[in-house]
Design a protein around this ligand. Sequence first.
Ligand code: F6P
Length: 375
Amino acid sequence: MLGKKNLKKKRIAVLTGGGDCPGLNMVIKTVSQYAMNKYGWEVVGVKNALNGLLNEIKFDGPDADLIEFSPAFSFAEYVRQGGTFLGSFRKIKTKRFKDVNTDEQLVEVMLPLFKKHIKELNIDGLIATGGDGTMFMLNFLCEKVKIPFVGIPKTIDNDTPGTEISVGFSSAVDACVNALDSIFWTAKGHRRAIVTQVMGRNTGHLAMHAGVASCADIILVPEIPYTLNGILKKVKAIKNIEKRDYFMIVVAEGCGLEKGQPLPKNATYTVADYIAKALDKEHIEARSDNLGYLQRGGLPNGYDRMLASELAVLAVDLMADGQSAVMAGMKDGKPAKIPLKNVCKKETRKLDLNSAIVKTALKMGIYIGDIKVKK
Ligand code: F6P
């Protein structure tokens, strides 16, 4: 029965936090089934990120805050779906947090509620997938109540420090490439430049990978300053050499204006709008587009399903081994234990300017801004 601990069994909770991405359901399934089948643990799925543990917990009905998994629970349909069937939130939503403004106040209000519910539900450990912010907050709370925490990185931005790749990134690259392949035909049919904005708040991993894979002419990322003149030069070169008058430009949302200037705070236009407008001024018909949530909400591809399963298995094994404050990430192409001190409160993992993908983009003749890389 929910909350009534079988004293012989360890009982863990699993949740998904932060923005959704493809592959989360595979994480939930593998953590739960592997923990139950291999170690004989009980597993509780917590709904809506930490929110499921902070308000008055509803145990039954369609809006119950928890799912008590059992070996009979079928994940078969969920793993084939996008999003997260446990739900996720970026923000903590509870009436008690009306006047909370700082992280310290948040912890102060959250901790007693977290403590109370972890105790009531007899939870001995927490495994969660999220970004570095989610992992930091959950690990902090778990340390306070003295239960172990293991994280699994997920983000389509692929910028979690400490891991080479995060769950969701590969599917998002696929989603962008599919969308860009469609946009290509409109660009060609109308003989336009189409400037497509992809996600990547602070980093250009998604733009660079999707741009190379979709054979974009120009790729702009926050890590590399560009000039409007550089863009124009590239467009004119394509016109002269290939006699082509349609162009594909991919830009990460975190890019600023030219020469590394930030986008004005209250700008009512996107970076893609800014570049399209600049091209229009030079008599190159241009439009902007923004791929938005179709990058996040789609189905997980094969790679993300494999990655999610491998990291979930490692996360459970780490917890079984008595580890805490660690993340199951990827290092040198293999699942590896990464201490959370190398992940949380660290600088976002930027696109490495000497990486193969950046060098390849340059060697393909794509304009990616003003950059010098080692040979
Ligand atoms: O998941 C990361 C991200 O995709 C960022 O690139 C983007 O800025 C953000 O999510 C937007 O998400 P939301 O609208 O859910 O806050």
